[in-house]
Design a protein around this ligand. Structure first.
Ligand code: PGA
Length: 257
């Protein structure tokens, strides 16, 4: 059985009091011993340690970072290294979000090195892929996503790939309120799994968690999560509202049970 995950990507949102308030609300609405789906909270770096304290030993909450650097340490002003994240209890790191690719010029080659850096530090990468609108309109989304996987993941050994979570996030669905339909999500997730199977074998491909991201909301989560190859979600905007995020988690729970 694959691990189901609902991850909240808080992006660059929230001052300290706002983040404290949101975290406390989450603690109130999410049962402490939830085991499935795994809940991964990805706040801005500077709140990670505070959240670890606030969440305490609640088994429900896992911490994720939104990025890490390629090198384990050194003179790289302003960057955060994967071993630093591991040392404060971070278990996941989002790598290759389309906003990082687009606004910070992160290349496929750099993302491959970030994936390596995370794995070396014992952190699971949540590797994002997904096509822009023009590519979808031309019907070339499969080739586009296949290339993203090829360039940044397929240098990994089977054992390493096993540690990776993939998030399919069509760029036209991120922050737009327009989600992929359940059929579009299922088709792409099945395609990603087929590509993984081609390179790593059926068994390994069947064990990889593939999340859908892009305007996941309480109103569409159940339908998206009902798809056979959708193993949960990477949630942006709706993860900033505790009650709505809890509803999304409950929708995923239906799948896990
Ligand atoms: P969204 O963002 O849910 O606000 O569309 C998803 C993401 O960027 O991970």
């Amino acid at each position: 059985m694959r691990t189901t995950i609902v991850a909240g990507n808080w992006k660059m949102h929230g001052t300290l009091p706002e983040v404290q308030r949101l975290a406390k609300q989450l603690i109130d609405v999410i049962p402490a011993q939830e085991s499935s789906p795994q809940i991964v909270i990805c706040p801005p770096f500077l709140y990670l340690m505070m959240l670890r304290e606030l969440f305490g030993d609640r088994a429900s909450f896992h911490l994720g970072a939104q990025n890490c650097y390629t090198e384990p340490s050194g003179a790289y002003t302003g960057e955060i290294a994967a071993p630093m994240l591991a040392s404060v209890g971070v278990e996941y790191v989002i790598i290759g979000h389309s906003e990082r690719r687009q606004y910070f010029g992160e290349s496929a080659e750099m993302l491959a090195r970030k994936v390596d850096a995370a794995l070396h530090a014992g952190i699971k990468p949540i590797f994002c892929c997904g096509e822009p609108l023009q590519v979808r309109q031309r019907g070339e989304q499969n080739a586009y996503v296949q290339q993203q996987l090829q360039e940044s993941l397929f240098h990994l050994s089977a054992g390493q790939l096993q540690q990776v979570v993939i998030a399919y996030e069509p760029i036209w669905a991120i922050g737009t309120g327009v989600n992929a339909t359940a059929q579009q999500a299922q088709d792409m997730h099945a395609f990603i799994r087929a590509v993984l199977a081609e390179h790593y074998g059926q068994q390994l491909a069947a064990s990889i968690t593939i999340l859908y991201g892009g305007s996941v909301k309480a109103s569409n989560a159940a339908e998206l999560f009902a798809c056979a190859d959708v193993d949960g979600g990477l949630v942006g905007g709706a993860s900033l509202k505790a009650e709505e995020f809890a509803q999304i988690i409950r929708a995923c729970k239906l799948k896990s049970s």
